[in-house]
Design a protein around this ligand. Sequence first.
Ligand code: RIB
Length: 313
Amino acid sequence: MPKKLIVLGSSNVDYILNVPHFLAPGETLAGDQYQVSLGGKGANQAVAAGRAGADVTFIAAVGDDDVGRSAISQFQQDKIDTRLIQVVENEKTGVALIFVNSEGENMIGIYAGANGAMTEAMVKPLLPEISSADLLLMQLETPQEALDLAAEHAKKSGVRVVVNPAPARALSDRFLSFVDIITPNETEAELLTGIKVESDEDAALASQKLHEKGIEIVIITLGKRGAWVSQMSASREIIGDLIPGFRVEAIDTIGAGDTFNGVLVTALLEGKSLLQSVELAHAAGALAVTKKGAHPAIPWRKAIDQFYLENKQ
Ligand code: RIB
């Protein structure tokens, strides 16, 4: 029986404008390409897991609008169980306004919309579903009160808790004590630990601070460089190393981190080692940056395996 994954998080529609450079205050700039596509950190991670072959259920809230309904039918095509997605009356599906510069970097502004309705009250009736899973994956684009509730319940039920702490915000020690695996980027790691991550030594130090909160595995994603992967044993010994990523020409990094997270947990649930799982996640993330948009760029498993086999050192 495949192990069961629950992703709890946001679902957005992304309005993406490619511009030559990021705008300065007061500046008006013509973009050269415009795309409207599905996104949201939670949805991207659920789609990445679904396309990678996980048995994935998505807990999310969409608006009572056409884009919310079409997101649900798209999730089904991406092999996601959508039973637990709520349609919130008189609310719009979340929106992300995104600028992408010529380097493929992005700037994102969010309107939470229906994502803001994912409160404790909405998640409480779904707790039995969470305890029946093997792993719960969450991000920070939905209200913290529901994340607190879900994390505590999962931990107490023996369900592995993985948190991608994006977008960056401070987290309580209590919440972090329920987390088994955390996957910040450099900015998020700095916000959580106070350590600016500019070298492997900084990454090791930041990881140690997060291990001290009780977290077993810390994966700090470092963009092109790969990821610092650090594990604390039961005897509290810490072993960390840099796992390099794959070199590709980045066109657009939207959703690449989300793809990494969705594929990482899929591989872990298949019983792959931490190292193999990170490598497969790197392969998926590398493929995602070669295409534009979030959902449109997320690769299917066949492509990930093929890329991994062809490019692994
Ligand atoms: O991580 C990328 C995502 O962030 C985008 O799809 C956008 O919706 C925002 O949530």
